[in-house]
Design a protein around this ligand. Structure first.
Ligand code: AMP
Length: 304
């Protein structure tokens, strides 16, 4: 099974109350691909500028991520600058320099068109739809978005959602998309628009999953040290899709396991800036923390 990721590749400058990183490797497609690469073969489609450091490409290649769909364009790489205060759930964007990302029009190489698992990271919804239409026989198309597109490209986003199996967004985005303050009602509404599954990320409060038959709640791992939440959502999506791409049957049970794998990967990612922690991560670390997640939310039944 192969996984296709389409989205930003960035140089991020991030400040948190606990430190900072300058022009570090980032971008939604990078965080996603790195996490998913623990489970399966990943193909990345994105764009970088002439200034993108070779060492970052080497890091991705060492995880066997196929970069033949990563275009190098004339100009500078996309840059994002953000700050987190003590509420680490909320990123404050200080600066966005789109540079080569401004005219990004994802071209899916012919050899990538048979990808079975597709992740449309946060890009213009019209471009997401074009990608969805270019893959020949996807098993699962998952997608992320943000308030900017919900507000500025609402109709286009609704058309894209008709092609999406799993929507992975945060709680504020779910409410804004459905124009509904109750998360449960918002979820019901969104599930009528195309996606079979809605995964709502709630930062340090964990994840809620909604489908037509059930609701599932997974906690976030209670970490002693959180240094940088950047990329947590995309890392979650990478662990989630990565695991799903390994199972024989995609059903409620495997989606629940995938959510815990996603939460596990995200919990490692926030332990350091950029991909600092991910670089040293081993599959055994992931499996150990997955097991801890089970203990974390296990409780006994009571006698009636
Ligand atoms: P997350 O923290 O999971 O929402 O993702 C953060 C990543 O998204 C950072 O590495 C940024 O480079 C990237 N990013 C920030 N703004 C945008 C944007 N407008 N479009 C695409 N990617 C972005």
């Amino acid at each position: 099974m192969t996984i296709l990721a389409v989205g930003s590749v960035a140089l991020d400058t991030v400040e948190t109350p606990f430190g900072q990183a300058e022009e570090a490797l980032g971008g939604a497609a990078v965080y996603f691909s790195y996490a998913a690469s623990f489970f399966n073969h990943v193909r990345l489609v994105g764009v970088i500028g002439e200034d993108f450091p070779e060492e970052h490409l080497d890091l991705l290649k060492r995880r066997d991520i196929d970069l033949s769909g990563l275009e190098r364009a004339r100009g500078a790489t996309f840059r994002w600058k953000g700050r987190y205060d003590y509420d680490l759930n909320e990123a404050h964007t200080l600066d966005t320099q789109l540079n080569v990302f401004e005219t990004f029009a994802p071209k899916i190489p012919t050899s990538f068109k048979d990808s079975e698992f597709v992740f449309l990271a946060n890009i213009q919804p019209g471009l997401q739809l074009q990608v969805a239409e270019q893959v020949s026989a996807p098993r699962i198309i998952a997608c992320d978005t943000m308030n900017f597109w919900i507000e500025g490209a609402y109709d286009q986003l609704r058309r894209t959602l008709q092609k999406v199996d799993i929507l992975i967004i945060n709680d504020a985005e779910a409410r804004e998309l459905a124009r509904e303050p109750s998360l449960v009602k918002a979820a019901r509404q969104i599930l009528n628009w195309g996606p079979e599954t809605l995964v709502v990320k709630r930062g340090e409060y964990g994840v809620l999953m909604f489908n037509q038959h059930s609701v599932f709640s997974a906690p976030a791992y209670p970490l002693e040290d959180v240094y940088d939440p950047t990329g947590a959502g995309d890392t979650f999506a990478g662990g989630f899709m990565g695991y799903l791409s390994t199972v024989e049957e995609i059903n409620d049970a495997s989606i629940r396991q995938a959510i815990v794998f996603g939460s596990t990967l995200a919990s490692f990612n926030v332990e350091d800036f950029s991909l600092g922690r991910m670089k040293t991560l081993k599959m055994q670390d992931i499996l150990d923390r997955f097991a801890e997640f089970k203990l974390l939310s296990h409780f006994e039944e009571v006698e009636a």
